[in-house]
Design a protein around this ligand. Structure first.
Ligand code: URA
Length: 214
């Protein structure tokens, strides 16, 4: 606001004050939202001494407090929301909200209507964990190098540790490739190359916020 400030603990009202440095107006970014197409081999964490993390991949970030909303396994690809909006993350991850997460998976074996029904009924993963009903859609089944495989789409409303992998283990199969395609109303942008990211659009952000209200 035209006043020269030298004290580092000066409090700024970001709504009412204009702040410039060396004559350049500075804008304050409170919240950032990125869609990342997570590659395999990268950790879903904020920091790690040895391994590259999903937050390391966001090169042009303004904020240092970004984190991934939920975790994908190191070998899983696909949609990951990276933000510093803790309230939105909390809503999206809340088990009570039953947010749909859609995955594409390649699994060993030939999936049939038997597995579709087992997913639908809710799989018993451990003695003390029965999964909520999940939707299994069989895209194609085929044989490669003597092994039977199925390409499938799975929608779950939970996000327990290794959930999709455990669900397939529970029906005697094994996931060989896993990619998340959507989370609630947010869909992976198919133009986003593996490892690339972009800011959420206004429409995507308002759809997410609207979705979380319900
Ligand atoms: N389920 C899994 O098993 N792994 C993931 O990364 C996500 C869901």
């Amino acid at each position: 606001n035209g006043e020269v400030i030298k004290s580092p603990d000066t409090k700024i009202d970001t709504q009412a004050m204009k702040v410039s440095f060396d004559g350049n107006l500075i804008s304050y970014v409170e919240m950032e939202y990125y869609m990342l197409h997570k590659p395999a081999g990268v950790l879903s964490a904020t920091m790690d001494k040895k391994a590259e993390t999903v937050v390391d991949l966001i090169k042009e970030k303004n904020r240092k407090d970004l984190f991934p909303v939920g975790r994908l396994d190191k070998d899983t690809e696909g949609l990951l929301l990276i933000t510093n909006d803790g309230a939105l993350a909390h809503e999206l991850l809340s088990p009570k909200k039953h947010v749909d997460k859609l995955y594409f998976a390649t699994v060993l074996g030939t999936m049939t209507q038997h597995e579709v029904k087992a997913f639908q009924d809710g799989l018993q993963i451990h003695e003390d964990f029965k999964a909520l009903p999940a939707k299994l859609l069989i895209d194609q089944t085929y044989t490669s190098e003597g092994n039977a495989y199925s390409d499938v789409y799975v929608t779950i409303q939970e996000g327990k540790f290794h959930q999709i992998k455990k669900m397939f283990e529970a029906v005697g199969s094994e996931v060989t490739y896993l990619k998340r395609l959507s989370m609630g109303p947010l869909q992976l942008d198919e133009h986003l190359q593996i490892g690339d990211y972009r800011k959420l659009t206004e429409d995507e952000l308002s759809a997410l916020k609207q979705y979380c209200k319900h």
